[in-house]
Design a protein around this ligand. Structure first.
Ligand code: GAL
Length: 637
């Protein structure tokens, strides 16, 4: 054994047996997190490991460090890491330990938000679908089957981190963990069982003995020793539930997520910087940007529903890993200015005084150390204020930072950092699709059959709820019915469909008759589709689609999806109606093309030599140069 190895082994042994000697002991008090006996001002940013590729991680983390971050925060994604009960998957983008080690290699800390409910615009809020099928289970409440699973997964993650010595108490980077997520926003719906659940969660987490503090966000009654923290666009008015806990901000929303059809979110950096400075002005010592790099919702991971695959979030590092200016640069300056105040910030509470209407000074003074923050919270008027015998110009909605109580090093409304604009050139996919020659554009295609085409279809009387039927193995569920129509050929009727969402295509005798979709504000819909029936046998094929499962709200797992009815043929001869809801329907989970692996672009049967098919209801398209494949109705993308 070489000398360096002996030193490392000794270090490790000492760390395990005497954590206070070499390993970071993480505690907290009223002012701050205390690492190795030192109160710290910490700037943190969220990067979720599965929302970028492992190849991107070192660069994203380095850019975070260069931007002035001390901590990287990530959720842990249960449904990704345990897709089948008892079968774990930590490969590639799912490699949590590798991600944590990459952060450690850059010399930053980690805040591990285990949840395991995470919200996060993630499918089903991070819960695996198999959880739903455990007999007697009720999510996020005082329910034994749920608590057993939550404890098992939480302990699994804690054990993995411990085995790799990644807690700060073992010499690793993890200084903080989170249990649950914003339960306080919805706990009233659960009554007394919600209260006892949160006490249980706190005790369970603490018993896992990580050696570092736990937090609960948006949980005013978080039991000791759990620190309750704030999430929001502004958290300067927040106070923790005990004077022994520091004021911490776990989610400062740097922008927002993008719903289908929504405007691309934008939060001006002046406002973000103002919110950060106000938080530190009013006693905060830990704040986290949610997100610092948002990334991408790969595969079918986005939940909401109706959330885009881009999770760019208008974050300081954009979806592709490129620094977003002036956001990144201005925040870097803010971080520097705040760090210049660290000695004063951690030593004492601020003395807050009014300098006039909407004007506030906060002074941290102890011994010879003094730092001050001057705020103008008026949204319109700039002012010049007098502070300690000097005058200072404060633009509207801004904070000036004075690390020596005299000289302004930064005003949040004044951007000095260089602004760079990155631009992308994209080829128009639409135009390619519009051209009729597949071969000349690189596009290829495969038709998807309308209606039942797979051997595993099954009959069932009545209309089935979709998620219970598909178990989210696919976004698609076919509802298929054959009726014998006694009326005249060419009869005009109306097909009335009620769905819990999220979208549907209706086909009569193999032809598209109509489509409907909910939206991010209202998933349910009712649609009346004019249809023409033939005399005798008619087939009705309804393709119901989910677009990411619900991720938020009390009892969100019970909301359901799909065509639960009624489904009625209206306007028949003599004003009659025919209720189809209780007929014997045939069901097919998923599409034939999914079974063939078309959604990942595989299979050799793609047509590329001929022209695009016309009036073909359902088509898979693929283009090689983007390694991109998609599925669409005949109206195109
Ligand atoms: C918060 C939640 C996060 C995320 C965010 C919006 O309330 O804790 O997980 O969903 O909203 O992006």
């Amino acid at each position: 054994m070489r000398a360096t190895q002996i030193v490392l082994v000794l270090f490790w042994l000492l760390c395990i047996h005497s954590p206070t000697l070499f390993c970071a002991n993480v505690e907290y008090d009223h002012r701050a997190l205390v690492i190795d006996g030192k109160r710290r001002v910490l700037i943190s940013g969220s990067i979720h490991y599965p929302r970028s590729t492992p190849e991107m991680w070192p660069d994203l983390i380095q850019k975070s460090k260069d931007g002035g971050l001390d901590v990287i925060e990530t959720y842990v994604f249960w449904n990704l890491n345990e897709p089948v009960r008892g079968q774990y998957d930590f490969d590639g983008r799912k490699d949590l330990v590798k991600f944590v080690k990459t952060v450690a290699a850059a010399g930053l800390y980690v805040h591990l938000r285990i949840g395991p409910y995470v919200c996060a615009e993630w499918n089903y809020g991070g819960f695996p679908l198999w959880l739903h099928f455990i007999p007697g289970i009720k999510f996020r409440t005082d329910n034994e089957p749920f608590k057993a699973e939550m404890k098992r997964f939480t302990a699994k993650i804690v054990d993995m981190i411990k085995e790799e010595n990644l807690y700060a108490s073992q010499g690793g980077p993890v200084i903080l963990s989170q249990i649950e997520n914003e339960y306080g926003n919805i706990d009233s719906a659960y009554g007394a069982a919600g209260k006892s659940y949160i006490k249980w969660a706190a005790t369970m987490a603490t018993s896992l003995d990580t050696g570092v503090p736990w937090v609960m966000c948006q949980q005013a009654d978080a039991p000791d020793p759990i620190i309750n923290t704030c999430n929001g666009f502004y958290c300067d008015q927040f106070t923790p539930n005990s004077n022994t806990k520091p004021k911490m901000w776990t989610e400062n929303w740097s922008g927002w997520f993008l719903p289908f059809g929504g405007a691309v979110p934008y939060r001006p950096v002046e406002d973000l910087a103002f919110a950060v400075a106000r938080f530190f002005q009013r006693g905060g010592t830990f704040q986290n940007y949610y997100m610092y790099h948002g990334g991408t919702n790969f595969d079918r991971t986005s939940g909401g529903p109706f959330i885009a695959t881009s999770y760019d979030y208008d974050a300081p590092i954009d979806e592709y890993g490129i620094i977003r200016q002036p956001k990144w640069g201005h925040l870097k300056e803010v971080h520097k200015a705040i760090k210049l105040c660290e000695e004063a910030l951690i030593a004492t509470d601020p003395t807050i005084t009014s300098l006039g209407p909407n004007l506030e000074a906060a002074v941290y003074k102890t011994g010879s150390v003094c730092a001050a923050f001057l705020a103008n919270v008026d949204t319109k008027s700039d002012v010049t204020v007098n502070f300690s015998g000097n005058s200072y110009h404060l633009p509207a909605w801004s904070v000036s930072i004075l690390p020596d109580c005299k000289n302004v090093v930064l005003n949040t409304a004044k951007i000095n950092s260089a602004s760079a604009i990155s631009s992308f050139t994209t080829e128009s996919l639409k135009e390619d699709i519009g051209s009729s020659e597949a071969s000349s554009t690189g596009w290829s295609w495969i038709s998807e059959p309308v209606g039942i085409s797979k051997a595993d279809s099954f009959p069932q009387t009545g209309l089935l709820e979709q998620i219970n039927t598909t178990a989210d193995k696919s976004d698609y569920l076919w509802y298929s019915l054959s009726i014998d129509y006694k009326g005249d050929a060419g009869s005009q009727t109306v097909l009335h469909i009620e769905s819990l969402g999220h979208a549907l295509h209706a086909f009569i005798n193999g032809k598209l008759a109509g489509s409907q979709t909910g939206n991010s504000g209202k998933y349910k819909f009712t649609v009346d589709i004019p249809v023409t029936l033939v005399a005798g046998k008619n087939t009705i094929d309804l393709l119901s689609l989910t677009v990411g499962l619900q991720n938020y709200g009390a009892f969100f797992d019970t909301w359901g999806a799909g065509i639960t009815g009624p489904v009625i043929l209206k306007g028949l001869a003599n004003g009659n109606t025919l209720d189809l809801s209780y007929q014997k329907w045939t069901y097919q989970v998923g599409l034939k093309g999914e079974d063939l692996g078309l959604s990942s672009g595989s299979s050799g049967q793609w047509n590329s030599q001929s022209t695009f098919p016309k009036n073909q209801p359902l088509i898979w398209y693929k283009v090689i140069r983007f390694s991109f494949s998609c599925f669409t109705g005949y109206k195109g993308i």
